[in-house]
Structures are given as structure tokens and as C-alpha cells.
Design a protein around this ligand. Structure first.
Ligand code: BGC
Length: 276
């Protein structure tokens, strides 16, 4: 477990996380003490087009399945975290670079208001980075940790002493004349440009050096599906001030981080009063 959150001692034992991706929507029951899934994750392909209404329907189906399980969280302290690959402020989606544009300005509190539990929505990379910082490659490490997720786009999550500063969106920086940087640095850019691994590693190294000039950190965690192949490109990411390590929770980081975020938000809003 990473640095302590003020809400941690009061968190429910379990919460639900749902990770909305481009090809699949995945949910799971998360054990918040361990940062791992209780039981299997449940996945439904992302509907096409992936409009807010269609995705909300799938989220409802996933919740039904998870709540039918014996180890489902109790209804009275059910918290659910949902990820979206865009900027999210106060549960409202404010960008839609890699998702259906009908998500722009979508208020997810209204969209999901017929579903049970306290629901919070957050950026997908923020969820993954929060989970990594607290339970994965950043666990027990204070300081500033930046997780960079490499997939269709490039996401980023800035966590300081275990606390997330949401929506850093560093994949949208301008980088070597390219705007946004994700056009050159994402895993899909590597495929599109047919980049050999050494060249990809070099490109990532220059991108992280660029990021380091703006936001010095103690550690970079490299996430996204491509981090499974980190031995192919991380050896070329050298000479940076910060340490660079691969993510540990890969597949489930989004689910775990979403559940943790939602549980902490709900707990901080309605703290339990301790008896003296
Ligand atoms: C979006 C981010 C998202 C990232 C990874 C970017 O294009 O702007 O919000 O976190 O892709 O999905």
C-alpha cells in the first residue's frame, strides 16, 4: 500500500471498478486493502457507436452481473468508479479525443443516475496511475509519480504522496513539432509508423525528457497493453533524471484505480463519525 489517504482507514472493504475502453468494457469487484480483484473480471465488447447511452446500458449489465455475486459489496456502502478516456471534471466529460464525440459535455451523474451506488467517473489513465502508485510499481514510495499509458492514445496520471492530481493529459503536449504528442508516442503510432522497438524506445525517452522539463518527478511508470513488452523498448529509455519502470497491474489497473477513487470520494464526502 502506498502513502496513506485520509480516507483509507474508513474505506469499505470492497468497491466496484468499471473500465470503459475502445474495444471492451471491463468491470470487477476490487478488494481495496489488497488492490486486487475479488473474483473474475466481467467484460462486454464496447457497443458501436459507443455513445454515452449505449455505454451506460453496458455498464448497467456489468453492474447487474457483479452485484449478483456472493462477494458483492453491500448495497448500503456500494461505490462504483467508472473510467472514461477523456478529461473529467466533477463527473462531466470535457474532451473526447479517442471516443465518440457525443461524450463531450456529458454529465455522467445524470447519465448513470438510475444505477445503484455512489458513482464517480474519472479519466482512464488517472485510474490506472492511481492504482499503480498505490498498489503497484509505486506502492510505498512517497514523492511525485507520473504514470504514462501507451495505447491508442497517450494518457498520464500525476500522483503526489498517494494523492491524484487529475487530468494532467500530457499526451496532448506538443512534442517535436507534433501536436498532440500521442500521434508519435502512442502504441498505435508505433504500429502506424512501423517503428522498430529501439526507435520507439528512443522516441519515448525524448518524450519523457520533454515532460521532465515541465514536471520533474521521482518516477515514471509505463503502462498500457504495450508495457507487457517493456523489455523490448525500456532498455532504450535511459539517462533520465527519474527512474523509469513498467506498470505492474497492467490489465486490471483501470478497474482497481476506479474502484479506489470512487470509494475514497464517497468516504471523504460522508465520513463515518468515530465513537469516542
Ligand atoms: C485522452 C486521455 C486519455 C488517453 C488514453 C487521450 O487521447 O485525451 O484523456 O487518458 O487518450 O486513453
Amino acid at each position: 500500500m502506498g502513502p496513506i489517504s485520509p480516507a483509507l482507514p474508513q474505506l469499505p472493504r470492497r468497491a466496484i471498478g468499471i473500465d470503459v475502453g475502445g474495444t471492451g468494457i471491463k468491470g470487477g469487484i476490487v478488494n481495496l486493502q489488497k488492490g486486487s480483484l475479488t473474483g473474475k473480471r466481467f467484460r462486454i465488447p464496447t457497443p458501436r457507436p459507443a455513445t454515452p447511452q449505449a455505454v451506460a446500458g453496458v455498464i448497467g449489465e456489468i453492474l447487474d452481473e457483479l452485484l449478483s455475486r456472493e462477494k458483492a459489496p453491500a448495497a448500503e456502502d456500494l461505490t462504483v468508479g467508472v473510467t472514461v478516456p477523456g478529461i473529467v471534471i466533477d463527473n462531466v466529460v470535457l474532451s473526447a479525443a479517442n471516443i465518440d464525440e457525443s461524450w463531450l459535455d456529458c454529465d455522467t451523474t445524470q447519465l448513470l443516475n438510475n444505477l445503484p451506488g455512489h458513482i464517480s467517473t474519472l479519466n482512464d489513465a488517472d485510474a490506472a496511475g492511481l492504482a499503480e502508485a498505490r498498489y503497484g510499481a509505486g506502492a510505498n514510495k512517497p514523492g511525485t509519480i507520473l504514470t504514462v499509458t501507451l495505447g491508442t492514445g497517450v494518457g498520464s496520471a500525476l500522483v503526489h504522496d498517494g494523492v491524484l492530481v487529475p487530468n494532467s493529459e500530457l499526451g496532448h503536449l506538443e512534442f517535436e513539432g507534433e501536436k498532440p504528442a500521442e500521434r508519435k508516442v502512442s502504441a498505435s503510432a508505433r504500429e502506424r509508423l512501423d517503428m522498430p522497438w529501439d526507435e520507439y524506445g528512443e522516441t519515448l525517452r525524448r518524450f519523457l525528457a520533454h515532460v521532465e522539463r515541465i514536471q520533474p518527478v521521482s518516477k515514471f511508470i509505463i503502462g498500457g497493453g504495450i508495457s507487457k513488452r517493456s523489455e523490448d523498448f525500456l532498455p532504450f529509455v535511459s539517462g533520465l533524471r527519474a527512474e523509469v519502470v513498467p506498470a505492474q497491474l497492467t490489465n486490471n489497473a483501470g478497474i482497481v484505480g476506479a474502484a479506489l477513487y470512487a470509494a475514497e470520494r464517497a468516504t471523504l464526502k460522508t465520513p463515518k463519525v468515530h465513537e469516542t
